[in-house]
Design a protein around this ligand. Structure first.
Ligand SMILES: [Zn+2]
Length: 465
């Protein structure tokens, strides 16, 4: 250890990190990394006495749209990461498609980093992406190789996209991208709804009797359209050998397809989101555009199948797809078809799982930690530093009160946009204190603490460091 190293002592923490017990122990963090976890209180000064509080690894939200640079009227990296810290999320992975220019090569990634890095209150990694605009295979291969060297491990693609700045890929293009990604070692995230099914659905519903209702929008992107997209991804994963990750999965058939693919040994993982686990089409009809997302929430049977997948391991992880609209105008354009699709979520990821998952007995705390800590870290290649509390890993942890009841109020949330479909929901389980690499960044009664400390996380090649 260097002579001027900074060592911090955290005592009387009931640490729960995967398989470990919840007996009280002491954590030592040296230069931001866990040095030791031991039962004895140990010698030396005490920096933080948790007084027996439950302490878990900081959560990772593997799917956020913080919109900067380019769309900061919706969210900013500053407000997004502040909301993350308040929700016990110590690492976010930001999407490439909702910033300008989109992150498709090292130059655009560098430009984004310069803008966002000074503002980050929690650690972050970046997805890169491959879009249909000006698609050229040689350029894609070169860009992805360079991005990999830079530390990027996941790339986002679309089977159907509504964004002119980030167009979808054809099936053939996606297959080529997967072959390249398999060579390089990148995970290919896919927005998996079948384009043809969605376009036909939109055309059909635009001419239906209730074409302005949420139901028309929901029918245009139904479970069959999603399942077809997921089936395509699985088929291409099997064909190319790429590691494929289905983002924001929302239907029961997806869970069944995934289970069968895994049984055949196909390298495919999936995430779902709190809104798909919480709401159904009835809620969408009641709330309208407030709950408009793509994919859209589905039936109670779909929701129950997602919970089943979350509990039995078929669904690997939960992420929020945090994608706020400028509220209220972008959600009240006068038509369900042009209202912005997306909801904020990063601040509620961990409390939602603690409440609706753990407190309601659908999953245990270990499984919740796997879903929002270990699994996303593994899928995004950051497992040597994030997602657990073993010696050598970053000292990211959260003190929680699993019994504290509270009611979600949009105007109390720290995200830039003050709306949420979870408004009024009573949750059991509250984030009390959040630490990033040993530094306390959020405390429930005092709010955000100190200047932003977030850093870009790169996969750790040098595990002896
Ligand atoms: Zn998204």
């Amino acid at each position: 250890m260097k002579k001027d190293s900074k060592r911090l002592r955290f005592v009387r923490a009931r640490v729960c990190a995967g398989a470990s017990s919840t007996a009280e122990c002491a954590l030592t963090v040296c230069d931001g990394r866990i040095e030791a976890i031991d039962r004895a209180a140990g010698l030396g000064t005490v920096d933080v006495d948790f007084g027996g509080r439950l302490v878990i690894p900081g959560a990772m939200d593997g799917h956020v749209h913080f919109d900067e640079p380019g769309f900061t009227h919706r969210e900013t990296f500053a407000t997004g990461t502040i909301a993350a810290a308040a929700g016990g999320v110590t690492t976010v992975i930001d999407m490439p498609c909702t910033s300008m220019p989109p992150v498709t090569d090292v130059a655009s990634l560098d430009r984004k980093l310069k803008v966002i890095a000074p503002k980050a209150s929690v650690d972050f990694a970046l997805w890169a992406g491959v879009r249909g605009n000006d698609f050229a295979l040689d350029h894609v291969r070169r860009s992805l190789q360079m991005l990999y060297s830079y530390g990027v491990r996941s790339i986002k693609t679309y089977l159907v996209s509504g964004m002119p700045t980030f167009e979808d890929l054809t099936r053939l293009q996606l297959e080529e991208v997967m072959r390249i990604a398999a060579d390089i070692g990148l995970t290919v995230g896919v927005h998996a709804e079948d384009k043809r099914a969605v376009l036909e659905g939109v055309e059909r519903e635009m001419h239906s009797g209730d074409r302005e209702g949420p139901l028309a929008y929901a029918r245009s992107r139904n479970a069959e359209a999603e399942a077809k997209g997921i089936a395509t991804c699985i088929e291409l994963a099997e064909k190319t050998g790429a590691r494929v990750h289905i983002v924001h999965m929302a239907c029961a058939e997806g869970v069944r397809l995934l289970r069968a693919a895994r049984a055949r040994g196909v390298s495919v993982t999936a995430e779902t989101c709190p809104h798909f686990l919480a709401f159904t089409i009835d809620d969408f009809v009641r709330m309208g555009s407030l709950l408009k997302t793509a994919p859209v929430v589905k039936s109670a049977a779909d929701r129950d199948a997602l919970w089943e997948g979350v509990a039995d391991g078929t669904i690997d992880m939960v992420a929020t797809d945090h994608a706020p609209a400028q509220w209220p105008q972008e959600k009240q354009t006068g038509s369900i078809w042009t209202d912005y699709g997306g909801v904020p979520g990063v601040e509620l990821l961990l409390p939602f799982l603690l409440s609706e998952g753990v407190a309601k007995g659908r999953i245990d705390l270990q499984r919740a930690i796997e879903l929002v800590c270990a699994a996303p870290a593994r899928i995004h290649g950051l497992e040597s530093r994030k997602g657990g509390l073993q010696p050598g890993m970053d000292g990211d942890f959260v003190a929680i009160d699993p019994e504290q009841k509270w009611t979600v109020q949009a105007d109390k949330l720290l995200t830039r946009q003050k709306y949420t479909p979870f408004e009024g929901m009573e949750l059991t389980g509250m984030v009390m204190r959040t630490f990033v690499r040993g530094t306390e960044v959020f405390e429930r009664s005092r709010g955000m603490l100190g200047a932003p400390v977030g850093q870009l996380v790169r996969p750790d090649h040098d595990s002896a460091a």
